[in-house]
Structure formats: structure tokens, C-alpha cells
Design a protein around this ligand. Structure first.
Ligand SMILES: C[S@@+](CC[C@H](N)C(=O)[O-])C[C@H]1O[C@@H](n2cnc3c(N)ncnc32)[C@H](O)[C@@H]1O
Length: 217
């Protein structure tokens, strides 16, 4: 049996669910999540949504870049964490994926001046964004491009800004050395790229499908 000070066991499924549901998401985030889930698409969990909102609030973010819009669940989590003048820039390669996001943002009462939805390749669009102008960069797009996204994020972040990379545990496959799937290999490379630059102080949070948090020094 574990006692304080001894080596901890991983959380049970009940503890994990308790943590995930501890801070409820808004009805708008829940609706965007539900639509993505019903369509069989991968979206953030409630625990990740709560973490994104709290971290955004903690750094007083006024400008967030997101790679991977989908139905807008994470985008709303950021918009809810920012003040009324905070602006989300969200990039997705699929323009059609951004239509529901716009609908959910409007339904949540977010004025259009507070979000920019950019359709196109994040690898081509990230270099066009301003240097050191963003408080948070959130990566949640194509896993096979994670190394390029991480490289692009460094220039965009201001000192003290947060790099957040989602899905870094990728269904328990990243930690499994025997797993040589393209996604697992590339996510490991992206994690290594953050670890080997002295630009960041980092922690890996086992919330949702794994969230890397790296503060730009
Ligand atoms: C995991 S979803 C983003 C989820 C969103 N952030 C949310 O909170 O629900 C990934 C997004 O990246 C884009 N994407 C581009 N290439 C992809 C790929 N090969 N596999 C998965 N998603 C891809 C999709 O259009 C999709 O909107």
C-alpha cells in the first residue's frame, strides 16, 4: 500500500475520471466537444479544457496561437481564459473544420474581433505570424508535423510565454519504446526538440492524451 513519501502508483481509472471532471467546462466548450465526439473526431478532454483556461488566465494572455481548430473546443477554452481584449489566432488545414468553430464562438457571444480563423497549412502560415507577439502557442494539429510546429512556435512566443503541445502521450504509444508508429516517433522527436533547447522550462502533464507545458525562458 502507498503511504505519503513512498513511490506513487499511477491513478486508477476512477481517480483519472475524478481529475478530468473536477473543473467543469462551460456549456459552449461542452457543445463543441460533443459535436466533435459525435462525429468521431478527436477533441480535447474536459481536463485539458480546464487546464488551457487556467494556464491562459495565469499568464494574463492576450494573444494565443492555436494549430488545429476543429469544432473550436480548445479555442473557446482559450477565449474564456483571456480577458475581453484577448485574441485567438487559430489555424487549420481544413477550412470546413473551422465552420463549426465560428458558429460556437458566435453562440458563446465572442465578438468576431476576438478571433482569427486561418485556413491553410500551419507550416506555411506560422512563419507569417509576428515575432514574440504571442503569450501562448497551442499545438494540436497533424502529429506528423509536430516537429515543424514546435520549431515554428519558438519565434512566436514572447519571453515567459507558454508552449502547449497536446496529444504527447498519444494513446500510451509514445512511452512504449517498442512502438515505432510514425506518430509515436515524431511526437518523441518533438518532445526531444523542446528538451534539448535551453529556451524552455518544461513539464509534461498526464491530463487528457498528454499535455507538454514549456515556458519560454
Ligand atoms: C485533434 S484535432 C484539433 C482538436 C481541437 N483543438 C479541439 O479542441 O477539439 C486536429 C486538427 O488538425 C487537423 N489535421 C490536419 N491534418 C491532420 C491529420 N493528418 N490528422 C489529424 N488531424 C489533422 C484537422 O483538420 C483537425 O481539425
Amino acid at each position: 500500500m502507498n503511504t505519503p513519501g513512498n513511490h506513487l502508483e499511477p491513478p486508477t481509472a476512477d481517480s483519472w475520471a475524478f481529475a478530468e471532471d473536477h473543473a467543469p467546462t462551460s456549456e459552449h466548450v461542452a457543445a463543441a466537444r460533443d459535436e466533435a465526439t459525435l462525429a468521431g473526431l478527436s477533441t480535447i478532454t474536459p481536463g485539458v479544457a480546464a487546464t488551457l483556461t487556467a494556464l491562459t488566465r495565469a499568464v494574463g494572455a492576450r494573444a494565443v496561437v492555436e494549430v488545429g481548430t476543429l469544432m473550436g473546443a480548445s479555442g473557446l477554452a482559450f477565449l474564456e481564459g483571456m480577458g475581453h481584449d484577448g485574441v485567438l489566432t487559430s489555424i487549420d488545414v481544413e477550412a470546413d473544420n473551422q465552420l463549426p468553430a465560428r458558429r460556437y464562438f458566435v453562440a458563446a457571444g465572442i465578438p468576431s474581433s476576438r478571433f482569427r480563423l486561418i485556413a491553410g497549412s500551419p507550416i506555411e502560415i506560422m512563419p507569417k505570424l509576428r515575432d514574440a507577439a504571442y503569450d501562448v502557442v497551442f499545438i494540436n494539429g497533424d502529429k506528423l508535423e509536430y516537429v515543424e510546429y514546435v520549431a515554428g512556435a519558438l519565434r512566436l512566443l514572447r519571453p515567459g510565454g507558454l508552449l502547449l503541445v497536446h496529444d504527447v502521450l498519444w494513446y500510451n504509444r509514445v512511452a512504449d519504446d517498442a512502438d515505432e508508429s510514425d506518430e509515436a516517433i515524431i511526437i518523441r522527436e518533438a518532445l526531444d526538440a523542446v528538451a534539448t533547447t535551453e529556451a524552455y522550462t518544461r513539464a509534461l502533464l498526464p491530463v487528457g492524451n498528454g499535455l507538454l507545458l514549456a515556458v519560454k525562458n
